[in-house]
Design a protein. Structure first.
Length: 562
């Protein structure tokens, strides 16, 4: 028995189309990014919808680059898009297309509109066109060039193609309705002059079709049945339909869904490019960036992003999703799958004074309690260990169950230890090390025969055996949920988080991590989930990126006390 498909308004439309025999019962979608930047998490949602729906209905999905603006497009972006879609787990077989594949056909379709009296060459400047367009409450005015003859328009358009005119001097506009309540329909430009080489067609063209004109024709040429796009294209749907109706060619159905908005995140390619160009981040794949390549480098898995997209669903109205929902998707997956290890990021040395000098023993540690098949590992223990500095308080606050003078704590897989003395720098008062004693009867972290218990368990590494490593702690890139919420005169850059990256060069990790390779995942117990950076790491120096933190009760307690 087949599992029923999930329901949403897009699937309802497709089900009705299939029932009525529309498009012969076919389902053929496309994912059409513009190659003017790297894909971000919002695109991941669109990818999952377009490819996922096609797969569920045993249909097809094309990958098409809508490359109509040569000044902003680059082969680097094309390659990155291809890699990102594949990494997410989707394939388009031999159906990789470019809008530029159709430039000749689109040009001839423009001529057809001119011949039908549905397009004209306009000499108004861009500023004049804006003034003539009118407002939301006032209709526009006809261009003085609107009633040129067909022959004159054909001649001028041909001369535009030959490069006789400068950029901005003339455009080809659709002749629709300057009084339309939808401003998009007030004689929009469909071709403009751009004397720039194209990444695929070179210098063949000096005029390029506008996105809205190109997109619907490309969909038609490819036999698309359902053109799925985000809500900002809703106002453009009448133009999509108008062009195809005037040309009398195959007519896909455009359906809009809510775009993805995330807290503490910018999903504008223009603003992301600004971050890159101003070197406020380490490129498009910086692990703080909301790009798919940034999430990949940070350590997110394709399945976690697909799960996130499934959870948020497909809606008709825009809303903002809390970043926690995305973080939980990777937490839930890695909690079940990755090995747990011990690492100390802010080390404080502990000398166990009643433990024999020079002795080492191996403790058995569980690799993942969620997956017993991962088995056990050996962790060395010796007289000197490192613990997290935050796991000790000389004057402990209420409900602090970790280490303090005269207090006892359990070392994970180790022993019960008790703090006897605090050694400080006599000049600065900085705590240099702790002198503790251990209870030999508590080996492995077990409760002692006398039945006493401790509430606190902390992690540690053996000082003699630990591996020194660089660890990068990534946090939210912006301090505000809405980065565009700024004072007058400021930009979203005012809300950049100065603590979005902390580099720790003196972290100490248990020695099993010497075998860590790029793209390996780990849970550092009590600290979070970490990933070996595939870009910054070298064979002799793995660098560990924190993907997300754990849910930390102590952190919440301490914040509430502050």
């Amino acid at each position: 028995m087949e599992t029923p498909l999930p329901t949403n308004f897009i699937r309802d439309i497709i089900d009705e189309n299939i029932k009525n025999g529309k498009h012969g019962g076919r389902v053929h979608t496309r994912f059409p990014p513009e190659p003017n930047g790297y894909l971000h998490i919002g695109h991941a949602k669109a990818i999952c919808i377009s490819f996922g729906i096609a797969s569920d209905y045993k249909g097809l999905c094309n990958l098409r680059y809508d490359d109509t603006n040569p000044e902003k497009e680059d082969v680097e972006y094309v390659d990155s898009i291809r890699e990102d879609v594949r990494w997410l787990g989707f394939d388009w077989d031999d159906r990789e297309f470019y809008a530029s594949d159709y430039f000749d056909k689109i040009y001839h379709y423009a001529i057809e509109l001119i011949k039908k009296g549905k397009a004209y060459v306009c000499d108004l400047s861009p500023d004049e066109i804006r003034k003539y367009r009118g407002t939301l409450t006032e209709p526009g005015k006809d261009s003085p060039y609107r009633n040129r003859s067909v022959d004159e328009n054909l001649d001028l358009f041909e001369r535009m193609r030959k490069g006789e005119f400068d950029e901005g001097l003339r455009v080809l506009r659709a002749k629709i309705d300057m009084a339309s309540p939808n401003i998009t329909m007030r004689d929009p430009a469909i071709y403009r002059i751009k004397k720039a080489d194209h990444h695929r067609t070179g210098s063949k063209w000096c005029i390029y079709p506008m996105y809205d004109f190109t997109h619907c024709i490309s969909d038609s040429i490819e036999g698309i049945t359902h053109s799925l796009c985000t809500l900002e294209f809703e106002n453009n749907r009448p133009l999509y339909d108008w062009v195809l109706d005037q040309l009398g060619i195959h007519h896909p159905q455009q359906i809009e869904f809510a775009r993805l908005n995330l807290t503490h995140t910018i999903l504008s390619k223009r603003k992301l490019l600004e971050l890159v160009q101003k070197k406020l981040v380490d490129g498009w794949n910086d692990p703080r960036m909301p790009t798919i390549s940034g999430f990949r480098r940070r350590g997110y898995t394709p399945s976690s992003i697909r799960t996130f997209c499934d959870k948020i669903g497909v809606a008709k109205f825009n809303s903002t999703i809390d970043m926690v929902v995305l973080e939980n998707s990777i937490r839930e997956e890695l909690n079940k799958t990755v090995p747990r290890v011990m690492a100390v990021l802010n080390p404080l040395k502990v000398v166990i004074t009643n433990y024999p000098e020079g002795e080492t023993e191996e403790m058995e540690a569980v690799n993942n309690p969620e997956d017993p098949s991962q088995g056990l590992r050996k962790v060395p223990f010796s007289r000197e260990i490192y613990i997290e500095r935050d796991d000790f308080r000389e004057v402990p606050p209420p409900k602090f169950f970790r280490l303090a003078p005269g207090k006892e704590v359990r070392l994970r897989y180790g022993y019960f230890i008790k703090c006897e003395n605090v050694m400080k720098d006599p000049k600065t008062g900085e705590i240099l090390e702790l002198h503790c004693t251990h209870d030999p009867a508590t080996r492995g972290g077990n409760n002692p025969p006398d039945g006493r218990k401790v509430k606190g368990t902390i992690h540690w590494v053996s000082a003699k055996h630990a591996m020194k490593a660089e660890v990068r702690l990534y946090d939210l890139l912006f301090t505000k949920k809405n980065p565009d919420d700024v004072e007058e005169g400021k930009t979203f850059l005012a809300n950049l988080n100065p603590k979005s990256l902390e580099v720790i060069s003196n972290a100490y990790l248990e020695p099993s991590l010497k075998a860590a390779k790029p793209r390996d995942w780990f849970q550092f117990e009590r600290l979070g989930y970490f990933f070996v950076d595939p870009v910054a790491s070298t064979p002799d120096k793995p660098i560990f990126n924190r993907i997300v933190t754990l849910r930390d009760t102590w952190e919440k307690i301490e914040k509430s006390q502050k």
